[in-house]
Design a protein around this ligand. Structure first.
Ligand code: HAM
Length: 426
């Protein structure tokens, strides 16, 4: 009997994690620059956090959650997203009372029981950020800028779609107008859209069914129903994006799959992805804190899938920083092998990445291995070198060789050129 990872999940091996770590490093650099602090919450929460937060009528809550009853009889759910847990933690730790703005980010695994396909997994990873406490359009624009900056640094081209989904003062009127329009075409809609026309009519506009799209082509648009406050906020956000030179498409049909949004809703899509083309998305959610039991607090945020981002980078032929060892130590006999082991420890202590032979292979085989691994430098030590305490250092890129005293090796490798890890992407 052999076992395999569960459908829709995958192992990340060292050849994969090198790229992941690079991406995570870039995300953290951007987060530091924008002064966002990392938040880590548990992988599971009380089911109510998601049911109340995301909305009972959404696909996520209705169909996709990994919900289980633990041995104590509590209903728990593996987190399908992070906004609701972040807000739960924000309220629990009274974070809003300590400062008027909380800027938080996260990177971690999420769980949704969706049908696996290219770019869609059951355990996937998101990075995201939430700006809690202010209603200024500057926050909306900044969140969008941060996402765009991460994509820019990783060489990812995107289209930004943006809409305003209104707020509780204007959405009911729009909802009523839309429902009235949908009543006329109801019988021809797909069964899913017929159901949604009653429960969550704005999601009908989001249907992928071509017939539904045709039938709803003339549907009323939310942008014509916005209150003055929502319209001003939307235009101010767009003006800030214009000023920053961020291109966007206003898409009045954009409705995201989570119920908590108010005003701004946006999505980054990539033509380099297949049918699952959403790189990431987010928006404002001014009602969520109070809905989860906290004080009325405005907030806006974004989250993106790491697998999809890496798929696009892979497709673009992104050059990741070199993973090769800097130095390969070749021992030629028993004595010099023992020396190589000690030398490796001391070079590594100085921060130099070092590889060496663990299988008592011949010098020729060790050289072949150094080549295969792409080591920039090879250090050769045999009987003669042990006597003079001087090693032969070969620069594999330049094809040159020089003698370096044992005690100078660490200093030498810190000064000589780095491996050929040129960053060709920025
Ligand atoms: P979401 O649109 O549900 O939003 O997910 C954000 C991103 O996560 C998607 O655009 C996609 O890249 C990735 N993603 C979602 N499901 C999967 C899956 N099954 N497999 C692979 N990738 C997936 C949210 O989660 C909101 N919490 C975003 C947000 C933050 N809004 C405000 N703040």
């Amino acid at each position: 009997m052999t076992y395999k990872s569960v459908k829709g999940t995958k192992d990340l091996l060292p050849k994969d994690t090198a790229a992941w770590l690079h991406v995570e490093r870039v995300i953290r650099e951007v987060m530091d620059a924008y002064r966002y602090g990392e938040i880590r919450t548990p992988a599971f929460e009380d089911t109510a956090v998601f049911a109340r937060g995301i909305g009972e009528e959404t696909d996520i809550v209705g169909k996709e959650m990994y919900t289980f009853t633990d041995k104590g009889g509590s209903s728990l759910t593996l987190r399908p997203e992070m906004t609701a847990p972040v807000i739960r933690a924000f309220i629990q730790h009274s974070m809003g009372e300590q400062t008027s703005i909380n800027k938080l980010y996260y990177i971690g695994p999420m769980f949704r029981q969706e049908r696996p396909q290219a770019g869609r997994f059951r355990q996937f990873h998101q990075f995201g950020f939430e700006c809690i406490g202010q209603q200024s359009p500057v926050c909306d624009a900044e969140i969008i800028m941060m996402a765009a900056e991460i994509y820019r640094r990783l060489g990812i081209r995107f289209t930004l779609k943006i809409n305003s989904v209104g707020d509780p003062t204007c959405r009911p009127q729009y909802r009523a107008a839309l429902q009235e329009f949908l009543r006329d075409v109801h019988d021809d809609l797909s069964p899913e859209s017929q159901r949604r026309a009653e429960t969550n009519p704005m999601r009908v506009l989001d249907s992928k069914d071509p017939r539904d799209r045709e039938l709803t082509a003339g549907a009323p648009e939310i942008l014509d129903y916005l209150s003055d406050e929502c319209r001003d906020h939307f235009h101010a956000t767009l003006a800030l994006l214009d000023a920053m030179g961020i291109a966007y498409e206003v898409d009045p049909r954009l409705v995201r799959g989570l119920d908590y949004y108010t005003m701004t809703a946006f999505e980054f899509v990539s033509a380099d992805l297949g049918s699952q083309d959403a790189l990431g998305g987010g928006g404002r959610y001014d009602g969520l804190v109070s809905q989860l039991g906290g004080k009325d607090t405005p907030a806006v945020g974004f989250a993106a899938g790491l697998e999809r981002l890496l798929m696009v980078m892979d497709k673009n032929g992104y050059t990741f920083p070199e993973q090769s060892p800097r130095v390969y130590l070749v021992g030629m006999d028993e004595n010099s092998r023992a020396w190589a082991f000690q030398q490796a420890v001391s070079l590594r202590r100085s921060g130099v990445s070092v590889e060496l032979d663990y299988a008592e292979r011949s010098v020729k085989a060790q050289m072949r291995e150094a080549n295969r691994l792409g080591a920039r430098y090879v250090v050769l030590a045999g009987e003669a070198e042990m006597q003079t305490s001087t090693a032969q250092v070969k620069d594999m890129q330049e094809g040159t060789q020089e003698s370096v005293e044992f005690e100078r090796l660490a200093e030498y490798f810190i000064q000589v050129p780095q491996s050929s890890d040129t960053m060709e992407n920025s």
